[in-house]
Ligand binder design. Structure first.
Ligand code: GDP
Length: 365
């Protein structure tokens, strides 16, 4: 025991007790949580077809995983779910941050679910790549919908290129459809390339706009306008009703300047208020009209078939890309070549060629 001078006789009435042995800093009773074993493809498919949300979520997690074993399992599940997919309305929803996407999806979603059926809300958010956090698809943003038993809300997959993120969302659509979700919303921020990715996987593309910013038409990239099957001007409430109607008229006349759409459908422009829930049925009637129109003229099928073809090539491109860039020797050489290019000691073409040569020589070609 350690000697304490305070225990000396001259300090009467004062004793220092010996301490107790300190417990170890690691809890000896701690048992690492065992991860539940991976379900088999058969179990996942069976669960998904029964509409089991837990197994659906697990399958989506596998789709999003970067581990090769998970990817292989995910592919098998998707393959088996494919025959049961397709029976849904896939609706893309875009708008700049603050346009009211989450508020609107909440009320649109409840409106759609009034007729029964199930709704999955997915997202493509390329910014989550950088921030490691998704600004879309967050459950707390859609308060009412997230409480609804027939709604499944899934944030954007976060890892990888836009192409990779989009592919995962596309595959998730297949799984959700197989699980009986007959309404699929795919949300994206209307500020970049992601609209094109969403456009390539949905039947109807809804663009949410705002009025009263003074630069209604200038601010929008022509490409997005051309993709839209419907433009809806949100926040048409209070003092904003007049400006919203003005914007509506401007959008309508701007749309006339575009060439006719391939489907023959004339995109419509409506005003509504997501927050005050005004004009919601009208937005949905427009979407119903669209589906009726393209299903009767055959464009619905044609578009879906083209999208399948597009995704075949996208999947190939994505796999080739990741195989190339994930190759450690190629990555090391690219590092060296990049510096050489930046210091003008090598041309871009020679640098690219040497990396490609290395890659193909490794593959025995
Ligand atoms: P997001 O970034 O596109 O998802 O937009 P949010 O749904 O988060 O909405 C951005 C802001 O606009 C929030 O403060 C909402 O309350 C508000 N907002 C959304 N819809 C409406 C609307 O119809 N009218 C009004 N006045 N405000 C709205």
């Amino acid at each position: 025991m350690q000697q304490h001078i305070e225990n000396d006789d001259k300090y009467l009435g004062l004793t220092v007790n010996s301490g107790v042995v300190q417990p170890p800093s690691v809890n000896p009773y701690f048992k690492p949580r065992r991860r539940a074993p991976l379900p088999t493809a058969g179990e996942l498919v069976e669960g998904i077809l029964k509409g089991d949300i837990t197994l659906l979520s697990r399958a989506v997690t596998l789709v999003e995983s970067v581990q090769p074993a998970h990817r292989a399992l995910a592919s098998e599940v998707i393959e088996k779910c494919l025959p049961y997919s397709g029976n849904s309305r896939r609706i893309g929803i875009t708008g700049v941050p603050g346009a009211g996407k989450s508020t609107s999806i909440d009320v649109f979603g409840l409106h759609v679910l009034k007729d029964g059926g199930k709704l999955a809300v997915l997202a493509i958010d390329p910014s989550s790549e950088r921030t490691r956090g998704s600004i879309l698809g967050d459950k707390t943003r859609m308060e009412k919908l997230s409480m609804h038993p027939d709604a499944f809300i899934r944030p954007s997959p976060s890892a990888g290129s836009l192409g990779g993120v989009a592919r995962k969302t596309r595959e998730t659509i297949i799984l959700c459809e197989a699980a009986g979700f007959n309404n699929i919303f795919v949300e994206t921020v209307g500020v970049g390339q992601s609209e094109t990715a969403v456009h390539s996987m949905v039947d109807f593309f809804l663009l949410i706009q705002l009025a009263g910013t003074g630069d209604e038409l200038q601010g929008i990239k022509r490409g997005i306008m051309e993709m839209a099957d419907g433009i809806v001007i949100n926040k048409a409430d209070g003092d904003n009703v007049g400006p919203a109607q003005l914007a509506q008229a401007q959008f309508r006349s701007a749309l006339h300047l575009f060439p006719p759409t391939e489907s023959g459908w004339m995109p419509e422009v409506l005003t509504y208020s997501g927050y005050y829930e005004l004009g919601i049925p009208e937005v949905w009637e427009m979407i119903d009209r669209y589906f009726h129109f393209v299903k009767s003229n055959g464009y619905f099928e044609l578009k879906r078939n083209r999208q399948s073809r597009y995704w075949m090539y996208e999947t190939i491109n994505e796999r080739l890309r990741s195989d190339f860039y994930d190759n450690p020797e190629v990555a090391a050489l690219l590092d060296v070549n990049e510096r050489a290019v930046m210091t003008n000691t090598m041309t871009s073409f020679a640098a690219a060629q040497s990396a490609l040569d290395l890659y193909f020589s490794q593959r025995g070609r």
